[in-house]
Design a protein around this ligand. Structure first.
Ligand code: UDX
Length: 453
């Protein structure tokens, strides 16, 4: 099938490469000409495992091409996927859908034969119905240009796997023909047994935002329990493990720590609250605001803990920060909890040196005021405290005994609860987690993290 992908950012680039991988002829277009040139030359403009190989395969086979206009896209495709961003509006909780509107307005006048326009971007419920009317009004082929909504559920760092082996496919459609067409696009995935849920436009839009709001709620829930564990002298890691054995709860997404960030969870949560309020159900969704507040409070609390650990103020202290990306396996620093903490400490007078295996360059562009180190040991040299803020697997490989000789004070705060604190302690470190009980090194009594500064 001939497919176009309009918007080749994170989502679009992955979708285009994956569609070529399953045998379609794909044309990717974007208003960002630099991005298009990079993709056309086989360069992935961000860090995403496996994407480079898929891109190369698609380009070499001739099934994948990048470049051209919306008119070219209209002439080429039978199915057009819209993959443009819907960021949070400045000064508002709501999502900005102007990118989608611009695509519909630009594409529709060129649609002279029947086709399907399938939105993949995350949008406030009701957007698709609005776009369907706009599309039919502006397209010369009229209602022959049909709109569907087919949300994506990919996680950064696992985007290829999540696209080709997704948990489920969701299609919001208004006709049997659109349903059939989307089923044929994804035929190899359906043959592999991936469930295909066909529904109306609004439900499809809502599946995505509800799923993200639920994931965010799960994370904030366990983080609230982490606070409780600290106060009660309990251990949130064991608590989460024990809870996770219940199939109805599950252990994934139940890791307590510094909280969630990134380009999706925070903004989708806020946009859902904003849209719910518009629709008159603000009271029912009010708790989601609390989820957001709890999440942001993790960062404040972590900064306070760090001050407490180093004696009341970070002013003049050397702080090593391990991790800048909003989570491991990505170079994405959007709304990164790790960088937020690093910058707050810097503003309080700490000398902050950051290491990240992939995201340091992106971080440096946005926060040039921080120091950056290429190697973990260099980041930790003379540190008064080492902070583990993004749980890259590389950090599990650190030899605490060896690192001890590099630092000024062997103090570790594992804000992701991913390192073996026992091992670090055995190697002479005073090591803290978030919501983790620890024995006082002097008295042997169970203590919690220090009182705030
Ligand atoms: C998310 C959704 O998972 C995905 O389905 C959707 O399509 C896009 O948004 P992503 O933003 O890539 O994906 O990240 P995810 O892996 O969900 O992690 C989000 C944030 O939550 C990260 O900052 C991560 O560190 C944090 N997190 C995740 C926790 O704090 N605890 C957990 O147990 C899991």
């Amino acid at each position: 099938m001939r497919i176009t992908v309009i918007g080749t950012g994170y989502l679009g680039a992955v979708h285009a490469a994956c569609m070529a991988e399953i045998g379609h002829d794909v044309l990717g277009i974007d208003t960002n000409s630099q991005r298009i040139s990079a993709l056309a030359e086989g360069r992935v403009p961000f860090f995403e495992p496996q994407l480079g190989e898929l891109l190369a395969r698609g380009l070499n086979s001739g099934k994948l091409r990048f470049g051209g206009s919306l008119a070219d896209a209209a002439a080429f495709g039978q199915v057009h996927f819209i993959c443009v961003g819907t960021p949070q509006l400045p000064e508002s909780l709501a999502a900005d859908t102007s990118g989608i509107e611009a695509v519909i307005d630009g594409l529709a006048p060129h649609l002279t034969r029947n086709c399907l326009v399938a939105g993949k971007s995350t949008v406030p419920v009701g957007t698709a119905a609005r776009m369907a009317i706009r599309l039919a009004e502006l397209a010369p082929v009229g209602r022959g240009a049909e709109l569907a909504w087919n949300p994506e559920f990919l996680r950064e760092g696992y985007a290829v796997q999540d696209t080709l082996c997704s948990d489920r496919l969701v299609a919001g459609v208004t006709s049997a023909a659109a349903d059939e067409l989307l089923r044929s696009v994804y035929a190899p995935l359906l043959e592999a047994g991936i469930p295909f849920i066909s529904t109306d436009l609004s439900t499809a839009e809502l599946v995505k935002v509800s799923a993200n709001a639920f994931l965010a709620t799960k994370i904030s829930f366990i983080n609230a329990m982490a606070d409780l564990c600290e106060a009660a002298g309990a251990d949130v890691v064991t608590l989460a493990r024990a809870m996770g054995y219940d199939d109805r709860i599950g252990s994934r997404g139940l890791s307590a720590g510094l909280g969630f960030g990134g380009g999706c969870l925070p903004k989708d949560l806020r946009a859902l609250v904003a849209r719910g309020t518009d629709l008159g159900v603000g009271d029912s969704l009010h708790f989601l605001q609390e989820i957001d507040t709890l999440n942001m409070a993790r960062r404040t609390r972590t900064v306070e803990l760090i001050s407490g650990i180093v004696g009341g103020s970070v002013q003049g202290h050397n702080v090593a920060v391990l991790g800048a990306a909003f989570k491991p396996h990505t170079d994405d620093i959007r709304d990164s909890p790790a960088l937020d903490v690093a910058v707050r400490l810097h503003r309080q007078g700490a000398h902050v040196r950051v290491h990240d295996p992939e995201a340091a360059e992106n971080a440096r562009k946005v926060f040039p005021e921080l120091d950056y180190a290429h190697a973990i040991y260099a980041a930790c040299e003379n540190a008064d405290i080492v902070l583990h803020l993004t749980d890259w697997p590389q950090y599990q490989e650190i030899d605490p005994a060896a690192l001890r000789s590099a630092v000024r004070q062997p103090r570790l705060l594992d804000a992701r609860n991913a390192l073996s604190l026992d091992r670090w302690r055995a190697d002479g470190w005073t090591a803290w987690g978030l919501g983790i009980r620890m024995a006082d090194p002097d008295t042997g009594t169970q203590v919690t993290v220090p009182a705030t500064a």
